[in-house]
Design a protein. Structure first.
Length: 102
């Protein structure tokens, strides 16, 4: 609804700002909270990097609907894969494998 009321340029600016907030906040579970470990960190960094790059592309091309649709789909995938990373990171098997590697 926002593009209809505010326009595409303002909407893409808001998308960029909120993406800049969401990605670093996803890393709070690693540091300073220390709740999750290496596996989640890798998931969060890689997924966050892709999310930021897609949001930047949309910011640069505010009238490209295909790009915006791609970002929307990725945002759903991002959340699902981030949660998957949380689950994998907390599995006892993951802890045993990482203990062997370290």
């Amino acid at each position: 609804m926002m593009p209809v009321i505010e326009g595409e340029v303002e909407t893409t600016r808001q998308i960029w700002i909120y993406t800049l907030i969401v990605v670093p906040f996803s890393l709070l579970l690693v540091y300073p909270l220390g709740t999750l470990g290496l596996v989640y960190t890798v998931f969060a960094v890689v997924l966050g990097w892709v999310f930021l790059s897609k949001a930047w592309q949309v910011q640069q091309n505010p009238f490209d609907q295909d790009l915006a649709r791609s970002l929307f789909k990725y945002s759903i995938l991002y959340m699902m894969l981030l949660c998957t990373g949380m689950v994998i990171d907390t599995l006892p098997l993951t802890h045993r494998i990482l203990a062997l590697v370290y």
